[in-house]
Design a protein. Structure first.
Length: 252
């Protein structure tokens, strides 16, 4: 069982029965909910690229992407897309490169959070974090008619959530067993050097994106850094509402 593994002296990597050699870890060991969400996003992208016409794809983006202008108009003057787009935008992407980047981060941090809180809470977390990311983007871009798409806001929320429990005080991040660590209180979080460095770097990267410096972004595309921050803050501060795991005095 995972909670019987020995972490002592291995920098956070579980050792074998004798404690002398680390256990080999599979490259991919993802929770089912993460696999299905990845499959859904990839299926949508494949259909958009190889099945839909340009007109059909444009209609999908308009009706599925988050557009702040919708919330400045009377509901009678538009479709009901304003109801579902705070969620559906998170399953659409600006191309395969955009999808690959979000998939990598989802596998890294989504898997850790999913193991921690389980399938149902993970799906609720996805829904609410998607809405919160869109809300901050909408507030800071009122009246914009440019659709926002991508799972980056949700991924940012998962990264914020992981900051509360996935980084040990000593040793390196271990993606397969980070979910077993005790959740840190806010004061503990801000005294954990690893977490502080992680948060500072994360906000630094998004600050660069806010000023137009975004490595890997498609030409002409804008990075929705506001959604990233909205998602991260939700995950960082409100993750305890989803986390019911209990630990003994040793944090196990």
């Amino acid at each position: 069982m995972a909670d019987e593994l020995d972490y002592r002296g291995t920098g956070g990597v579980p050792s074998g029965p004798t404690g002398d050699r680390p256990i080999r870890q599979p490259m991919f060991n993802l929770p089912v909910v993460v696999i299905w969400l990845l499959a859904l996003m990839w299926l949508i992208q494949v259909v958009r690229e190889f099945v839909l016409t340009q007109v059909q794809d444009f209609h999908l983006i308009v009706e599925g992407g988050f557009i702040p202008l919708r919330y400045a108009l009377e509901t009678a003057q538009q479709s009901y897309a304003w109801l579902w787009t705070p969620l559906t935008y998170s399953f659409l992407h600006g191309g395969f490169a955009h999808l690959v980047v979000n998939s990598i981060w989802l596998m890294a941090f989504g898997a850790v959070v999913a193991r921690r809180i389980g399938t149902t809470r993970f799906l609720v977390f996805w829904l609410i974090s998607s809405i919160c990311a869109a809300a901050l983007y909408g507030v800071l871009n009122q009246g914009s008619n440019v659709p926002m798409i991508g799972a980056s806001g949700v991924v940012s929320a998962l990264m914020g959530a992981a900051a509360r429990f996935a980084f040990p005080k000593n040793g390196r991040f271990n993606r397969l067993h980070a979910h077993l660590l005790p959740r840190l209180g806010l004061s503990e979080t801000f005294t954990n050097r690893t977490v502080v460095t992680y948060v500072v770097v994360w906000f630094g990267i998004n600050a660069l994106a806010a000023f137009g410096f975004a490595a890997g972004a498609p030409q002409g595309a804008q990075v929705a850094w506001e959604a990233h921050i909205g998602g991260f803050l939700f995950g960082f501060f409100l993750f305890p509402l989803f986390d019911t795991r209990r630990f003994d005095a040793n944090g196990l």
